[in-house]
Design a protein around this ligand. Structure first.
Ligand SMILES: Cc1cc2nc3c(=O)[nH]c(=O)nc-3n(C[C@H](O)[C@H](O)[C@H](O)COP(=O)(O)OP(=O)(O)OC[C@H]3O[C@@H](n4cnc5c(N)ncnc54)[C@H](O)[C@@H]3O)c2cc1C
Length: 233
């Protein structure tokens, strides 16, 4: 990938949940990125240039407009801005695309995508890539969220599994509402039935959650299983 400095204008912000938003950016020039990439974003805050990394959540088929999916860190410096003021029309600087956990490294025809929280953003980009690959024999997508309202891109993921025999999608929530039929717990509580031999496993979200899940998979001793872990703090 050709890393470059690039500018863009925020042209849309969508509320995905109380704590997550999708930020859409119109780029000054197209970028070629591979799903799984992130960008370093620079925003001026009180005269200081603040840098944060955000994974691209849009499809790599669209290279003039990209999206980031961000989660509010209530005591953070940058993300609360998006909850405090209307950011549409703001110019931002970026550098990228960057990242090692990109789909070009994933060569198996059996793919597992596990998304914790806001990790669903980059998993959406990766899922859309594999959904369009003819050679993929099975694509399994599991999201793990705190509550049902916090399942990001639920309809999108579910739509991939509709009418497609080789796509399996499920959602796991740590706190369910009374009477809810959704699976309760953590992603790692629901992986025993999966065959991880000869597969690529992509995991994204909070670092600890990612590592706990991968440790659990490793206990199953799969052969020829490759791990792609994109952990955030
Ligand atoms: C490769 C990569 C990709 C990423 N992709 C995404 C993505 O797609 N979406 C996304 O939402 N994030 C992503 N992140 C994380 C993102 O870069 C930021 O770290 C995140 O948005 C928080 O930024 P912030 O400025 O709001 O918070 P920061 O100011 O960086 O603070 C982060 C956290 O530090 C703690 N903290 C900070 N100040 C205080 C304080 N005064 N007291 C107590 N605790 C404090 C809090 O827990 C706070 O939530 C990614 C990170 C990496 C490295």
């Amino acid at each position: 990938m050709n890393i470059k400095k690039i500018t863009g204008k925020i042209n849309n912000v969508v509320d995905l949940s109380k704590t997550a938003k999708e930020i859409s950016i119109n780029l000054s020039e197209p970028i070629d990125f591979i799903s799984g990439s992130f960008m370093n974003v620079f925003i001026d805050i009180n005269g200081e240039k603040v840098r944060r990394a955000y994974s691209i959540s849009s499809s790599s088929l669209e290279n003039k407009n990209i999206t980031f999916t961000i989660r509010l860190s209530p005591v953070g410096l940058l993300t609360p801005l998006f909850w405090k003021k209307d950011m549409i029309g703001e110019d931002i600087e970026m550098m990228g695309p960057l990242g090692l956990n990109t789909v070009d490294k994933m060569k198996q025809d059996k793919i597992y995508l596990f998304a914790f929280g806001v990790g669903a953003g980059v998993v959406k980009s990766i899922a859309s890539y594999f959904f369009n690959q003819k050679n993929i024999k099975s694509l399994t997508i599991l999201t793990g969220s705190k509550s049902e309202d916090e399942i990001l891109y639920k309809d999108y993921f579910n739509s991939l599994s509709l009418g497609s025999g080789n796509v399996f999608v499920d959602h796991i929530v740590s706190r369910t509402r009374e009477g809810s039929t959704i699976k309760k717990g953590y992603i790692q509580d629901y992986i025993n039935e999966f065959d991880f031999n000869n597969s690529d496993v992509y995991v994204c979200g909070k670092e600890k959650a990612c590592n706990d899940l991968v440790e659990k998979i490793k206990l199953m001793n799969p052969s020829d299983c490759n791990y792609f872990i994109e952990g955030f703090h």
